[in-house]
Write a protein that binds this ligand. Structure first.
Ligand code: NIG
Ligand code: FE
Length: 394
């Protein structure tokens, strides 16, 4: 079995045992065998290996875990973005524009977009990326969206309940029946998760509950787009259903925060339901950012993700989200880096990624910087020198 040593690491973020909340180890080395972390320790005691990468004193982190992205779509909405920057408000109405373009696209066009964005993210250090459907909204288009997503990720999410498509506008009950019936049946073989956009103008709490419960009965895990555009029932619905994550969390009441805090787990710190914050969406809709500090102070586990989509957040960059979270959302650099790695893993209920401890997947990034701090300190700078996916240099 061939082994690979990453040596001469100035600052290793393990998210395990070590200094501070990031489990930092200095002057470290890691040994990789069969795509896994086989050994982590001081560089001075590094074992022999078949191959060696010299990190040159730089920082090494777990690859980013982007737990929320909408990559299967066609077209872009640059004009809608420009209109917002000129003062227009985001309402979610543009989703239907992308639905039209997506339905008209060929499989190969959709596949090319997914691969392009996944490649873009990888070059920025993302080693695990969730991918949602949600721009097809017919049985065939949702099924093919997930089939294509599953070619690129095991973390696939059925979002047939993104909005009610135009042809069902005056009979939303019928659309919910379609989502829970034939659409779910066609989507479930390619999906691990189910998600609903629970928001005024999308799905109300009764429809959202019905759809998520059907998905759960079909064996899918629950996640919710909740409390993005205004206060609402989404977060508490997610908690009620044992969601792995409630995403956006921009407008929270004290009861919402308490409900999340109430999911504190017995098997370690943090909460069973993660609050996933998506600052790219607030950036691109020029909206107030969610209050990460309030969630963290209440003991809620927080993740950061890109929400990469053509409407509200056309970025695939986790370093950009880390920088926004630090500057705009009250997070320390350490909290933001944890949320973008271990937090994302928790939001996907994964314990093999987001950490660099013995036994974990060897998904890691070597920075062009001496410390993780530089991700927020040097915003917009391409600091990802090298990415290893499953132990393989990319
Ligand atoms: O997460 N909020 C709903 N869905 C996306 C936006 C989709 C769009 O505008 O195309 C989001 O922000
Ligand atoms: Fe989203």
């Amino acid at each position: 079995m061939s082994s690979l040593l990453v040596d001469n690491i100035g600052e290793l973020v393990t998210n395990g045992v070590g200094e501070g909340p990031l489990g930092i180890r200095r002057r470290a080395a890691v040994l990789i065998e069969a795509g896994r972390m086989a050994w982590v320790g001081p560089a001075a005691y590094a074992p022999a290996a078949d191959r060696r990468i010299d990190a040159g004193g730089a920082a090494v982190l777990p690859g980013f875990v982007d737990s929320h992205a909408h990559l299967v779509f066609a077209g872009d909405r640059a004009a809608e973005f420009a209109a917002r920057m000129a003062g227009e408000r985001y309402t979610g109405g543009g989703i239907r524009t992308t639905v039209g373009a997506t339905r008209a696209a060929s499989d190969d066009d959709l596949r090319a977009t997914v691969r392009r964005l996944r490649g873009e993210a990888l070059r920025q250090g993302t080693t695990t990326m969730e991918i949602k459907s949600g721009y097809g909204l017919t049985v065939a288009d949702e099924a093919r969206s997930l089939r294509i997503a599953a070619e690129t990720s095991t973390e696939t999410t059925f979002l047939g309940a993104h909005v009610v498509p135009a042809e069902y506008a005056d009979r939303p009950d019928d659309y919910v029946g379609l989502v829970c019936g034939p659409m779910l049946a066609a989507a479930a073989p390619h999906a691990k998760w189910i998600d609903v956009f629970c928001e005024r103008g999308a799905f109300d709490v009764d429809h959202a509950r019905a759809i998520l419960a059907c998905g759960q009965a079909a064996g899918l895990g629950v996640r919710v787009h909740a409390n993005q555009l205004g206060p609402g029932p989404g977060v508490q619905l997610g908690v009620e259903l044992g969601a792995a994550s409630v995403d956006h969390c921009t407008h929270l009441s004290d009861d919402d925060v308490a409900a999340l805090a109430g999911t504190a787990s017995d098997d370690g710190p943090g909460t069973r339901t993660v609050a996933t914050l998506l600052p790219g969406a607030e950036f691109s809709t020029r909206s107030p950012y969610p209050d990460a500090r309030r969630l963290l102070d209440a003991g809620v586990t927080v993740a950061l993700a890109t929400d990469c989509n053509p409407g509200t957040s056309y970025t695939s960059s986790m370093p950009f989200c880390v920088a926004l979270a630090v500057r705009e959302m009250g997070m320390t650099p350490a909290e933001a880096v944890w949320a973008a790695t271990a937090g994302g893993a928790r939001a996907l209920r994964r314990d093999d990624v987001g950490v660099l401890t013995a036994g974990a997947r060897a998904d890691l990034v070597v920075l062009d910087a001496p410390s993780y701090l530089h991700l927020a300190y040097r915003p917009g700078v391409p600091l990802i020198r090298q990415v290893l996916l499953n132990g393989v240099p990319q």
